[in-house]
Design a protein around this ligand. Structure first.
Ligand SMILES: *Cc1c(COP(=O)(O)O)cnc(C)c1O
Length: 361
């Protein structure tokens, strides 16, 4: 079996230990005589999976008991609508920081429902940095500040949680959740599409402080209302059963094989430093994101010559590297090095980059 190093921004690699376990349990999960894909979500076997997943996530992320964990669908994009519908009346306002394309989509979607404002933006430099945010920048009547914590396309990340005074902070953490510890109590809502660092596509996780649930405007679709999920243990209807099961296996891997989020962070920093150090010393490749705002999950770079970028992407397959092409909005290349990307994958990428560089002196 030959596996590639998949640098895709999502869906992305899963730990091999998780794939092996899923394969072993494919026909018979835990002596049930069935695959998880075939199980009733109301069965005691499945309840163990979904409640076990929730409990592990709470433990690993140290989520306070005053927060609900909701297993939803529709991707992070669905939360772009859910957040304003649940938190704002038509007269209410909220603030949005525009640090990339997903941040902008969230803002544009919220604008359809309420009069939200853009309070900061890094569009002036094609989103290569994170603008400073201070409480005085926020509108006095804003109900929350929405941020995109890690900007998947541009490779930037907040390096600390912005101060919002008394305002609730809502964060899209799709591409950085579980990559480092976070102080959940600093946030009103954290949400993430699972297909980057948690599970296969199909699951969306929302972590919500309880007092923010139950205020949705009356015409909110039932499947966008956080209360529907909170009141029914995320099983008002059929949940994404299999992605939740894989999420539980990923969390078990994080806890037992990695040893928790502190260890995960140090592994991730080691991988990212290896690549950034190479980029900083390269005479051919140029890192795209400004140094103080670099993401440790999505590393963006280019050569400055579109033709060479194309040649680099085309030659990568010979090294077992796939999906290294950058997003069309950022150009160049992007190496997404999520939790499941092995250190050896980054070493292989650097090996290829060094050879490419030597051949193009
Ligand atoms: C991938 C991504 C999204 C979009 O997620 P979907 O689950 O496909 O809707 C939104 N925000 C961020 C930060 C992402 O990385």
């Amino acid at each position: 079996m030959s596996r590639v190093y998949n640098f895709s921004a999502g869906p992305s690699m899963l730990p091999e230990a998780v794939l092996s376990r899923a394969a072993a349990e494919m026909f018979d999960c835990g002596g049930s005589g069935q695959s998880v894909m075939e199980m009733s979500h109301r069965s005691p076997e499945y309840e163990k999976i979904i409640f076990g997943c929730e409990e592990l996530l709470r433990k690993i992320m140290n989520i306070p008991s005053s927060y609900k964990i909701l297993f939803m669908q529709g991707g992070a994009s669905n939360q772009f609508s859910a957040v304003p519908l649940n938190l704002l009346s038509e007269e209410d306002t909220a603030d949005y920081a525009i640090t990339g394309s997903f941040a902008k989509k969230a803002y544009q979607e919220a604008k359809r429902f309420s009069n939200v404002s853009e309070i900061a933006s890094s569009a002036d430099k094609n989103f290569t940095y994170i603008p400073a945010i201070t409480p005085s920048m926020l509108n006095p009547d804003a109900k929350y500040l929405h941020i995109c914590y890690n900007n998947t396309i541009y490779g930037t990340c907040y390096q600390s949680v912005p101060e919002t005074g008394c305002k609730d902070l809502v964060a899209d953490m799709s591409s950085c959740i579980l990559s480092t510890p976070v102080d959940v109590s600093r946030f009103g809502i954290i949400y993430a599409g699972a297909q980057k660092n948690m599970a296969p596509a199909g699951l969306t996780v929302a972590i919500i402080r309880e007092d923010l649930i139950g205020h949705a405007r009356s015409n909110t679709p039932i499947m966008l209302n956080y209360k529907t999920f909170a009141d029914n243990d995320s099983m008002y209807n059929t949940p994404p059963c299999y992605p939740i099961y894989i999420c539980k296996l990923v969390l078990e891997w994080l806890q037992n094989d990695i040893g928790g989020l502190e260890n995960m962070e140090s592994i991730n920093r080691k991988k990212a430093s290896l690549l950034y150090d190479y980029l900083d010393n390269s005479k051919l490749f140029i890192p795209i994101a400004e140094k103080p705002y670099r993401s440790i999950m999505n590393v963006t770079f280019r050569t400055g010559d579109d033709r060479l970028d194309k040649e680099f992407v085309e030659g990568s397959a010979a090294f077992g590297i796939v999906n290294i092409k950058g997003h069309r909005l950022a150009g160049g290349m992007r190496a997404s090095i999520y939790n499941a990307m092995p250190y050896a994958g980054v070493e292989t990428l650097i090996e290829y980059m060094s050879r490419f560089e030597a051949a193009h002196k």
